[in-house]
Design a protein around this ligand. Structure first.
Ligand code: SF4
Length: 364
């Protein structure tokens, strides 16, 4: 599942020894079976000859992750817990809307960025997911939704890279995954409905903009470098001005905007001065601010502002001409809300793997 279409054709020719006449049609049938029909069994791909099926079954498999558990919250949000071959847990969250569902997926096991408000950050980085494991979360979530006998969850149309991990700390796996998700002969998701959310790795934002047409979301969360250095250590390497420069350069379709996420933390980044500075920072930028009231988790010393204060913060931004909204919190009871994926330090997480991405020290 992690292969591009060209790489899949190359694998069929070079590793499985298919003739040139068989490669094109077999590639197309496998691609359609995987992504259009979320087919699970490599030995029964429709339209593929028996001899080729046998060779496929001997050489590979479809799912890189095994779905271990589904936890459903009262609001219909489903947390999917997957296991890697090494036994590490990977988490995705299905968030049903009225007519469409959104899937929040993970890109790493844990995260190296250590944002002060995030439970995943407290795990540290245990490993990168590969492209097959990233796309596999989407395919298996789709199967889960399709298998719901009462169809209580609307079809999946949005994918957001907002689960465990910093997607742009693992760009070699994430960027090809975004391209497969929007492939017209495959899952065919709209590029406007696939969003990569980053804490602000500036060169990788530029690379994403050059290599994939998907949406960008940037987690800002502070209006001064002093506060952001403390909340998000990545700021010491790429401070606010550099991040805003990357937003300015990001290629956008007409009327599209970069989403700027701002987690409101009581007494830390939610004052009157923050409203003024935030409005000034994003003036003239094609952005929409998404305010998120902090989700408390065990062991956190940070707290959430009152709902009234969140509304006031939004209204003050709007009064200054800034497009701003509030993201509703979903799935609190299953720990499936923003910044709540993963396990705190000390909790068991098997199967740490070799990390292919940059060590955090090189980002500071
Ligand atoms: S907020 Fe995102 S980038 Fe920061 S520690 Fe959590 S998962 Fe990593």
């Amino acid at each position: 599942m992690g292969l591009s279409r060209e790489a899949l054709a190359g694998w069929l020719a070079d590793d499985l020894g298919l003739s040139a006449a068989d490669v094109e049609g077999t590639t197309r049938r496998i691609w359609t079976a995987l992504y259009r029909h979320a087919h699970a069994d490599i030995s029964s791909i429709p339209g593929v000859r028996g001899e080729i099926r046998r060779r496929l079954a001997a050489a590979g498999r479809i799912d890189a992750l095994s779905l271990d558990e589904i936890r459903e919250a009262a609001d219909g949000t489903k947390k999917l817990l997957f296991k890697t071959d090494e036994g590490a847990i990977v988490e995705s969250v299905v968030i049903p809307g009225k007519e469409r569902s959104t899937l929040c997926i993970s890109s790493q096991i844990g995260c190296a960025m250590r944002c002060a408000f995030c439970l995943t950050g407290k795990m540290g980085l245990r490993g990168d997911l590969n492209t097959a494991e990233i796309i596999g979360q989407v395919i298996q979530a789709r199967r889960t939704i399709d298998a719901d006998p009462e169809s209580r969850t609307p079809p999946l149309s949005n994918v957001v890279f907002m689960g465990m991990g910093e997607p742009l700390h693992n760009p070699d796996a994430v960027i090809p995954a975004t391209r497969t998700l929007i492939d017209h002969e495959g899952l065919d998701l709209s590029a406007r409905r696939v969003t990569v959310s980053t804490s602000g790795i500036v060169p990788a934002i530029d690379r994403l903009g050059q290599e994939s047409p998907v949406q960008l979301a940037v987690s800002l969360n502070a209006t001064t470098d002093e506060v952001r250095d403390w909340l998000m250590p990545i700021n010491r390497k790429y401070p606010i001005a550099a991040l805003l420069g990357a937003i300015r350069r990001y290629p956008l379709r007409q009327r599209a905007r970069v989403l700027v996420e701002y987690v409101l933390l009581a007494g830390v980044n939610d004052g009157a001065g923050d409203v003024e500075r935030l409005a000034a920072l994003v003036r003239d930028l094609p952005v929409k601010i998404n305010l998120i009231a902090f989700n408390p988790h065990p062991g956190s010393e940070l707290s959430r502002p009152s709902p009234t204060h969140v509304l006031h913060f939004r209204d003050e931004l709007r009064a200054r001409g800034v497009a701003a909204g509030i993201r509703a919190t979903r799935g609190d009871e299953t720990m499936a809300a923003c910044g709540q994926l993963g396990r705190p330090p000390g909790a068991e997480q098997a199967g740490a793997r070799r990390v292919r991405s940059l060590p955090i020290a090189s980002l500071r």
